[in-house]
Write a protein that binds this ligand. Structure first.
Ligand SMILES: Cc1cc2nc3c(=O)[nH]c(=O)nc-3n(C[C@H](O)[C@H](O)[C@H](O)COP(=O)(O)OP(=O)(O)OC[C@H]3O[C@@H](n4cnc5c(N)ncnc54)[C@H](O)[C@@H]3O)c2cc1C
Ligand code: SF4
Length: 613
């Protein structure tokens, strides 16, 4: 393998400074630039570590490349989804989706119930450029699920260990929400959350129906700035005793504008009003002068020295196709849960013939996604509303946290873990699908009557999506396929997947609940309510909350990392994406990925200062 030499690159090289070319070594290599990689690079460089970030995708500039203001009629096919752009033409994803050309993966089953679909983004910032920005804290139960109901596994840390890092991440990225004091739905300390946006009419109707049914409907939590961040007070809380970092982040916070509630966040935000790694983590990290970023660098292995320490990583320079190597004192993998597993399993040596850090045999095991099921309905009360602006903050003004903890613990529900509910409605900008499929309401109409119907029903629909906890199981895992390789010659992953009755019954409960809410709103349910959860549940991976595969634990025989996400087998190798998750709470995982990455990076810094790494 060749040592990386910048002069060999034929295409423009973004961001990279001369450190790689001059042969300077780094304190830390961070693989991946999404939520986990971005947070790791931010925390490490703000405290003085010299970091090289390797990103498989291309550079991406959110200011010049974000199509925020275009209307759907300006896009091919009215902006609707295609295999290349599954979430529509304007979606911020570059070179990503369920399939990435030249980078296959193998599914052992293609059935709805047995398959795992793998979403990837190949761009600087990864999936954070277009994610939904829903940012919920895990609660105390979520770190100790086994202790609570005897299923799955406990994390070797508690909510109290993570809480200070949730505080910091919320203050840094900007999360709106409110403190409702509900069970296992933690409050944030004063000064962490931004005020939530005003609810839409449909949100208020759902809240009213919730009151009738005893279901709490509370302010959503999303990484969107409803007002400017507190750049006067937060920097000292984020970086105590570090005036240089405080100045950098205070300046940067002032350059981020507040949301103007008008454009879909999935396109990205060129005014930096929502969280993307590219707009929030990377600019201040680059401002430290301590971060180099090398894009188009497809890492395929962590290299190991004779002393059992990681020496660096091998990667394919996608601009030349050549095999390259870079070295550092510490290696942090944050390539997204499954890709981190793939790198570990492909890093074979005489010491680790079954993949690096895999003496437990657990690398690839206990892959989890979120349980998903949905129901839509139509509400006559919302028909023919006068035109008004309902663009709001791009999603989730309000939501329903899991509310049946006690009934569940008492065994009354027939499934062990809960779900939260994300819902939407209102008069969003009309697009190609607006006024389609009205026949179930109108019986079919044409001409003037159709126009009348389109106006009548526009904005009167509500949609509910359950997001529930999956319990890790032995049948859901990934491994290296013995035959198939990607276009770079790197062996690919093969996925195995199975839901347990806990998940399918939970999906059936979602269906029933959503129908009850729609009916309590005086509305009508669209389609059939599935009593068989196996038919209602979305395929594995399709909610795009995959975590696990290299789980954290207290015992090296049954886990891949210790409580610092440091691999048991290789002391200078750390994992800061979702791969170490030992459970996947109903709460969307990304806020926890970031809080954990900050926690782990603080630990790396402390150990490096002590010369223990
Ligand atoms: C449409 C959508 C909506 C979502 N909504 C939400 C939400 O509302 N809330 C929530 O919590 N989560 C949401 N998610 C999930 C969220 O995006 C992920 O949890 C989060 O981005 C994971 O961060 P990560 O750093 O692990 O991975 P990523 O953000 O995927 O970043 C990984 C990076 O590593 C790079 N990489 C991969 N392999 C290699 C390699 N071999 N070498 C070098 N680099 C590599 C990738 O190109 C990528 O840039 C959503 C995802 C999608 C797609
Ligand atoms: S809704 Fe607000 S945060 Fe989202 S893209 Fe538009 S301006 Fe940015």
């Amino acid at each position: 393998m060749t040592k990386f030499d910048l002069s060999e690159r034929t295409s423009p090289v973004p961001f990279i400074t001369s450190a790689v070319a001059t042969g300077e070594t780094y304190d830390v290599i961070v693989v991946g630039s999404g939520a986990g990689g971005g947070q790791s690079a931010y925390t490490l460089t703000m405290d003085g570590a010299r970091v090289l970030m390797l990103e498989a995708g291309r550079n991406y500039d959110p200011v010049s490349e974000t199509a925020m203001f275009q209307t759907p009629d300006m896009a091919p096919l009215g902006g609707s989804g295609t295999p290349d752009k599954p979430f529509g033409f304007y979606d911020a994803t570059i070179d990503g989706g369920w399939q990435v050309p030249g980078e296959p993966y193998v599914q052992t089953s293609t059935t709805e119930a047995g398959r795992f679909d793998w979403w990837r983004a190949r761009m600087l910032g990864g999936r954070t450029n277009h994610w939904g920005r829903i940012s919920l804290r895990n609660g105390p139960y979520d770190f100790k699920p086994y202790s609570r109901d005897g299923l799955g596994m406990d994390w070797p840390i508690s909510y109290d260990d993570m809480a200070p890092y949730y505080d910091k991440v919320e203050m840094l990225i900007g999360v709106y929400g409110a403190n409702d004091g509900l069970e296992n739905t933690p409050n944030s300390p004063e000064g962490c959350l931004l005020p939530p946006p005003k609810p839409r009419v449909s949100d208020l109707l759902i809240a009213r129906a919730g009151r009738k049914l005893g279901i709490p409907v509370i302010a959503g939590h999303r990484a969107v700035l409803t007002q400017q961040l507190d750049w006067k007070n937060s920097p000292a809380k984020l970086h105590p005793g570090n005036p240089g970092a405080q100045k950098i982040i205070a300046d940067d916070m002032q350059r981020r504008l507040a949301c103007f509630f008008a454009t879909p966040c999935g396109r990205g935000c060129s005014i930096r009003a929502n969280y993307q790694s590219t707009t929030v983590h990377l600019p201040p990290a680059l401002a430290t002068g301590k971060l180099d970023i090398l894009t188009d660098a497809m890492v395929h292995e962590v290299t190991l020295g004779k002393d059992g320490r990681a020496t660096g990583v091998g990667f394919v320079d996608r601009t030349t196709g050549k095999q390259m190597h870079v070295s550092a004192r510490v290696v942090v993998l944050a390539a997204s849960a499954c890709e981190t597993v793939r790198i570990l399993l492909n890093s074979k040596s005489s010491q680790f013939p079954n993949g690096l850090a895999n003496s437990s045999g657990k690398v690839g095991k206990y892959l989890m996604d979120t349980v998903g099921a949905s129901v839509d309905g139509q509400v006559p009360l919302l028909e023919n509303l006068p035109p008004h602006n309902e663009d709001a903050a791009g999603g989730l003004q309000m939501y329903i946290p899991w509310w049946l903890y006690q009934q569940q613990l008492a065994g009354k529900l027939g499934f062990a873990r809960g779900y939260h509910v994300e819902f939407g409605g209102g008069r969003g900008m009309p697009s190609i699908g607006t006024a389609a499929e009205l026949e179930w309401l109108t019986g079919g109409s044409y001409g003037a009557k159709f126009k009348q119907d389109a106006r009548r029903y526009y904005g009167s629909f509500v949609g509910f999506a359950g997001r529930g906890e999956m319990i890790p199981n032995e049948q859901s895992y990934c491994e290296i396929d013995p035959v198939v390789k990607d276009k770079w010659g790197i062996p690919v992953l093969r996925f195995h997947w199975q839901w347990s009755p806990h998940e399918t019954r939970q999906a059936a409960h979602m269906q029933k609940t959503f129908a009850e809410i729609i009916e309590a709103m005086g509305g009508r349910v669209h389609g059939k309510i599935e009593s068989d959860g196996a038919k209602a549940i979305a395929p594995g991976g399709s909610i795009i909350h995959e975590v696990g595969g290299a789980i954290i634990g207290a015992d090296p025989a049954t886990s891949v990392t210790n409580k610092w996400c440091q691999t048991w087998d290789v002391k200078n190798l750390f994992l800061t994406d979702g791969s170490p998750f030992a459970s996947n709470a109903d709460k969307n995982p990304t806020l926890t990925i970031m809080a954990n990455a900050w926690r782990v990076s603080d630990h790396i810094l402390a150990r490096m200062r002590q010369k223990e790494l």
